[in-house]
Design a binder for this molecule. Structure first.
Ligand SMILES: N[C@@H](CCC[C@H](N)C(=O)O)C(=O)O
Length: 290
């Protein structure tokens, strides 16, 4: 009888994740294993993987263990590592609640982007304090086919290029990463958001995620979009003392983003666990070594 590995599947506005609880960090999860698990035909399927580890048991998170018991070891669907995942951290919190590790209310979760404060509300929505956006200087251009757009460079712990477009269809099929220039702006690649206005304080976006392709939502992307939209609209909460709130429609639902006068950004939306089961360790080993 081969060993079984417990997993769950969850999503936040249809940004979906394979969740692998491994509190003591004993699992070997090389990039090929992550890519196999996230494969939608040969594996379980997901935009990314949430490796659930106690901070004290992970070399990258030991230093945060006093502030946050749990570390979100986030991986993109292609097996690459990313600094932060906004929807992922909300789904991670939902998993901790379901597993009985935490209850409703506030908790802290360690990520590669630092410790994030999460609030699990009675109504089911999960809010995460995403930290402050960094807006590096310099013009960026993204293109799809013959069209190109100026884009705002926004760093939410991970890199984003936000382009305001006339029509979300102009982003095309997004089967491959949209080219950007200058390439030096994003030495490690970038997540690209295409945005249209819906109403004052209300936008809609599509996203091509680094390491995953087009996804139906991206939390850090939605925050980057809200900040870029606010600056475009002449709103800077840190200068005016007035918070800026944007409703951001994504193909998989809606996220609400508020930038506070201290620059801190909060994101609220649903986070759902849809299934749980067991992975055959022999299958994973052979699929990964094939
Ligand atoms: N879907 C995520 C972002 C995941 C990481 C991203 N693909 C990257 O490589 O930076 C989110 O909800 O923020």
């Amino acid at each position: 009888m081969s060993t079984r590995i417990a997993f769950l599947k969850g999503h936040g506005t249809e940004n979906d994740f394979v969740i692998v609880p491994d509190p003591e960090n004993v699992m070997d999860l090389p990039p090929a294993a992550v890519a196999t698990l996230c494969d939608r035909r040969a594996g379980i399927g997901g935009d990314g993987l949430l490796h659930v580890v106690r901070s004290a048991a992970h070399p990258e998170a030991k230093g945060m263990a006093a502030d946050a018991e749990w570390f979100m070891d986030y991986r993109n669907g292609d097996g690459s590592i990313a600094e932060m995942c906004g929807n992922g951290v909300r789904v991670f919190a939902r998993y901790l609640q379901r597993a009985g590790h935490v209850t409703e209310g506030d908790l802290a979760i360690a990520t590669r982007g630092g410790v994030k404060t999460v609030h699990i509300a009675k109504d089911g929505d999960v809010t995460v304090g995403m930290g402050k956006a960094v807006l590096p200087d310099g013009d960026v251009t993204v293109s799809v086919g013959e069209r190109s757009w100026p884009a705002r460079n926004v760093n939410m712990g991970n890199p984003h290029a936000v382009a305001f477009v006339d029509d979300l269809a102009h982003a095309g099929d997004l089967y491959s990463p949209p080219p950007f220039s200058p390439t030096a702006a994003y030495p490690d690649g970038v997540n690209v958001e295409f945005v249209v206005d819906r109403a004052p304080g209300h936008v809609a976006m599509r996203v091509h995620e680094r390491g995953a392709g087009e996804t139906r939502s991206c939390g850090t992307g939605a925050c980057a979009v809200a900040v870029a939209a606010a600056r475009r609209d002449g709103a800077d909460p840190t200068a005016t003392g007035t918070p800026a709130t944007y409703t951001v429609d994504v193909p998989g639902g809606t996220l609400v983003i508020t930038e506070r006068p201290d620059g801190e950004i909060e994101m609220t939306g649903p986070a759902v666990i849809v299934a749980e089961g067991e992975i055959d360790a022999d299958w994973l080993r052979s699929a990964t070594s094939a």
